[in-house]
Design a protein around this ligand. Structure first.
Ligand code: B12
Length: 145
């Protein structure tokens, strides 16, 4: 099972720190022998590896799909949820892979996020227990509610 966790692109050059929650979740999944890739497009924007342009969401979608993940998780706040939705729509045009949204905005606005048809699951609150449970359910093809 290959899982990609995505930090969407958000430009705020002087205001970046690694997302602790994402790495905690990655570790939890890796402890279950799940292969995890973390991509941080906010970091890539800050360092200049990625350039802000009208093609940025397409570039992110293509990059996420390079290793053919079995599930894609987005860690989102109020600034990164819309980039995540743009990227998810492009991903779904290419591949029907489960898309899971978590992070502070998932906790405050789960019902709104579920209105996007490109989203399969929203996890509310801390993800240490619920994300591994969901990924294991997907692995066993027992779809969680
Ligand atoms: C430290 C911090 C920062 C730091 C580091 C941010 C970072 N990279 O994580 C800095 C100063 C850079 C920052 C910036 C911003 N922040 Co800030 N920040 C915080 C703060 C104080 C703590 C975050 C933290 O580390 N928590 C501890 C970790 C372990 O928890 P966590 O990140 O939330 O992750 C857990 C869950 O959210 C969940 N989860 C997270 N991702 C995922 C993904 C999946 C798939 C799943 C299932 C679960 C899941 O599981 C994780 C483990 O339990 C919170 C307030 C708070 N008390 O939480 C605000 C907070 C997250 N920030 C907020 C905001 C608005 C911002 C900015 C947008 C501000 C701005 N205008 O620029 C920027 C965004 C930067 C970016 N690139 O996205 C808001 C978000 C509100 C919302 N509803 O979205 C918060 C909640 C503060 C608030 N009350 O307004 N922030």
């Amino acid at each position: 099972m290959k899982v990609t966790i995505v930090i969407p692109p958000y430009i705020n050059k002087g205001y970046y720190m690694p997302a602790l929650g994402v790495y905690v979740l990655a570790r939890k999944l890796m402890d279950l022998d799940i292969t995890v890739r973390v991509v941080d497009y906010s970091f890539d924007l800050m360092t200049g590896k990625m350039i802000a342009s009208s093609r940025i969401y397409k570039e992110c979608a293509n990059d996420i799909l390079t290793d053919n993940p079995d599930a894609i998780c987005f860690s989102c706040n109020c600034m990164t949820i819309l980039p995540a939705m743009q990227i998810s729509k492009l991903i779904k045009q290419t591949m029907n892979v489960p898309i899971i949204i978590g992070g502070p905005i998932a906790t405050t606005s789960a019902d709104e996020i579920l209105k996007y048809t490109c989203v399969n699951y929203v996890i509310v609150g801390e993800g240490e227990n619920s994300l591994p449970e969901l990924i294991l359910s997907l692995q066993k093809k027992k779809f969680a509610k």
